[in-house]
Design a protein around this ligand. Structure first.
Ligand code: CA
Length: 236
């Protein structure tokens, strides 16, 4: 796009059964110059989706007929990759995971400030492709890379920020060997090889494995002696 060109206004499907909330959101989004189509129920939302291609869907979870999850499943069932921001009063981890698992791209708990909703919408619209891979899986392990929450067999795993970084890196390279050199360069951000870090990495990996691969659970993270580490793939 050349400088000075105005991109087409995004077309948003706004799904919310509560009339007052819907109207205020519609007004706010219209003030941004966005084109807004409204739906007051899950059925209306599905009809809209069947009719048009939207740039973004703002989707309330609790709806009178088909709930937001049903709408989401319907949308993804059509093969559409439209980004979806879920709105909901529910805020427990499990609900959030269900929402994201069903194909939502982001999640905003009610009540929220309009500025926050707008910022999330913009972020979703800016994203180059839907396949951001926000949710990464391996077996019964799931990592939400934005919320930075890891869950295995339905239970949250308490991880340090560094452990989340390492786990994300392993999952993004699933089925491939991740060497210490790779971890040093990409996770520890060392431009040059630092053998003194090897021990730190090994200790870190041992701790991470203890947390992820609990007693009795199938082992997900493998150590390839003298080479590195691997999650998933043929070692499953
Ligand atoms: Ca509602």
């Amino acid at each position: 796009m050349a400088p000075g060109d105005t991109p087409a206004a995004p077309h948003v499907l706004l799904v919310e059964d509560e009339a007052k909330t819907r109207e205020s959101l519609r007004e706010g989004l219209a003030l941004e110059g966005w084109k807004v189509t409204q739906a007051a129920s899950g059925t209306e939302a599905m009809q809209g989706i069947g009719r048009e291609n939207f740039d973004l869907i703002v989707l309330d979870w609790m709806l009178p007929d088909q709930d937001g999850i049903e709408v989401l499943k319907f949308l993804r069932g059509t093969g559409r990759i439209t980004p979806v921001l879920m709105l909901t009063a529910r805020s427990t981890l499990n609900d959030r995971v269900v929402g994201l698992d069903s194909g939502a791209d982001d999640y905003l708990p009610k009540p929220f400030a309009f500025a926050e909703l707008l910022a999330r919408c913009r972020a979703l619209l800016r994203r180059p492709a839907w396949s951001s891979g926000r949710l990464l899986h391996c077996g019964d392990l799931q990592l939400d890379t934005r919320a930075r929450v890891a869950v295995r067999a339905g239970r949250e795993i308490p991880l340090t920020p560094r452990e989340v970084d390492v786990l994300e890196y392993l999952l993004r390279n699933q089925g491939q060997t991740v060497t210490r050199e790779m971890l040093e360069r990409d996770v520890w951000k060392q431009p040059h090889r630092l053998t003194s870090l090897d021990n730190v990495i090994d200790v870190q990996m041992m701790r991470l494995r203890k947390k992820v691969d609990l007693e009795g659970a199938p082992r997900l993270i493998q150590t390839l002696r003298g080479v590195g580490y691997q999650i998933g793939g043929s070692l499953d």
